[in-house]
Design a protein. Structure first.
Length: 219
């Protein structure tokens, strides 16, 4: 099943939240890749993303929390699914006529989206390594351990932790990439703090967050 790992985790993550149907397909096959490494570009994007994200005001109450990353990365296919959903919703709401910025906000058209979907049909699941993260000290948590703790309600094991579940960058070109992410407060199991797909753009040799795309699920 496509993106089965994400689907199961997503249901757990929002089990205490109001859910809306994201109307996204989750039927592509996956496999685990244990020996792949981040490229220099991917590493720069990931580290600039986390550095920027965790400096936002919404995290000020968590500044002393341990940072935990789910070892099995979200699949990059999540990024293109969310981007597609957000683009379709934008068009259906006639926002193009109001803002005239479809091309600025949505850099991929329908044909390019389809090509990207085909490319990611047999995507591997990347496993994060502590050495992937340069600016912050992080610990890794296996998905199965997270699921067990949530199912048994042993939230004390997550006390004072920020838990991050994120994808490898989906590279569009040398200056643009997508990252999908979920950040949660471990004190309540995995209470969502923020979740989006974000467009990262290279500006003056740093990767910055420039646009956000949502999948129709709100907390």
């Amino acid at each position: 099943m496509r993106n089965l790992l994400y689907l199961v985790f997503y249901v757990l993550l929002f089990s205490c939240s109001v859910k809306k149907d994201n109307k996204l397909s989750n039927t592509h096959a996956t496999s685990i890749s244990t020996d792949s490494k981040l490229t220099e570009m991917e590493g720069n994007i990931i580290n600039d993303f986390i550095d920027f994200e965790l400096k936002k005001d919404r995290y000020k109450n968590y500044k002393d929390f341990e940072i935990v990353v789910i070892e099995e990365a979200l699949q990059k296919h999540k990024s293109i699914e969310t981007y597609k959903y957000s683009r379709d919703e934008w068009i259906s709401m006639n926002r193009i006529n109001k803002n005239g910025d479809l091309e600025n906000r949505f850099l991929l058209d329908t044909l390019q989206i389809k090509k990207m979907e085909i490319k990611l049909e047999k995507e591997d699941v990347y496993k994060w390594k502590i050495s992937d993260f340069k600016y912050f000290k992080v610990n890794l948590l296996k998905y199965e351990e997270l699921k067990t703790i949530i199912n048994t309600g042993l939230y004390s094991k997550f006390s004072s932790r920020i838990i991050i579940y994120l994808s490898k960058p989906l590279i569009i070109d040398e200056n643009n990439a997508f990252i999908s992410f979920e950040v949660g407060n471990g004190q309540l199991g995995f209470k969502s703090i923020n979740h989006f797909t974000v467009l990262m753009r290279k500006v003056n040799n740093k990767w910055e967050q420039v646009n956000y795309y949502y999948d129709g699920v709100f907390n």
